[in-house]
Design a protein around this ligand. Sequence first.
Ligand code: SER
Length: 322
Amino acid sequence: MTKPIERILVTGALGQIGTELVAALRARYGTERVVATDVREAPQAFRESGPFHTLDVTDLAALEDVTTRYRIDTVFHLAAVLSATGEKDPVRCWEINMRGTMNVLRTGVARGMARILIPSSIAVWGKGVPSPAPQESALKPTTMYGVTKVAGELLGDYFVRRFNLDVRGLRYPGIISAETFPGGGTTDYAVAIYYDAVRYGRYTCFVREDTRLPMMYMPDCITAIIDLAEADFASLKHHCDFNVGSMSFSAGELAASIRRHIPDFTVEYKPDERQIIADSWPDEVDDSAAREEWGWRPRYDLEAMTADMLAKLREKHARGEI
Ligand code: SER
C-alpha cells in the first residue's frame, strides 16, 4: 500500500537539483514539512527560507537524529559525488555515495518510513551499450560514480524485496538549469555553455563537437521525481532503475541552438579526460517503462530549453549575479 507523504527530508539540498527540488516540494507540501540538509552550511537566504540542517549523510547517528526530531517519513536522497569529481578520488566517491545510501535505507527501515527516493544516472551504463539504452540491459559502468549508482539501484531494490521498504529511483540524464551551477559532473558543459554564451559570447567546451548525450531541463527533472514519488506503489513493476528520457543532442547542436539567439557565439572544442566518460554513456534512453508505469512525459525540447535558459541567465547577468 502507498503510504502518504507527510514530512520530507532532502539530502544534498544545496546542489543543482536540491535547491530547486526543495522549493518545488515546499510549494507543494508546505514549507515546514520539507527539511533541507546539506554537508555545507547554507547561505543566509536559504536558511531563512525554511528548515535547514547541516548533515553529513555518512554519519548514521546524525541522520537518525534529524529524521527522528522532525518525524521524517520521506527522504529525497540527492547527496552524492558526481562522475568527474569521483574519478579524482574514487575511494571517497564510494565512501560517500554508498555509505550515504545505506544509511538512508537503514534509517528508512528503522523508522518505518513511507518513501525513499534515490536518483540514479545514465552513468550506470558503459561503453558498448545499445542506443537507445534499453530499460533492461547489462550495466558495466567505467566510472566509480557509475559503479555506486548501479550498486545503489540494486541496494534499493533489495530493500524493497527484503524489508518491504518503498524505495524508488530514476536514471537521470544530464540536467540543465539556470539556478544553481552543477558540481563535478561530466555533463556540466551543457550548462556552462549557456553561462559563457551570455557572459562572454564564447565557450571552450571540454568534449568534442559530435559528443551526443541524453539531457533534461530542470522543470522536467523536478516533475519526474515528484511524479514518481506520488505514483501508486501497486502500479510499479520497476522500483529503483527507471530510465527517463527527454532530449538528446550533440555539443555542436547545442551550440547551434544558442547561435539562433546569439548569432556571434563561438565555441572552441578542447576535449579533456571527461571525454572518455562521455563516450562511455548512451546517446539516448528508452523510457517506455516510466511512461507506462507512472505516466512520465517530458515537456521541454532543446529549442524551448535554450529560449528559457538564455532569458533566465540574461536576467541574472543584468543583475550582476553572473
Ligand atoms: N550529470 C551527471 C554527471 O555528469 C550524470 O549523472 O556526473
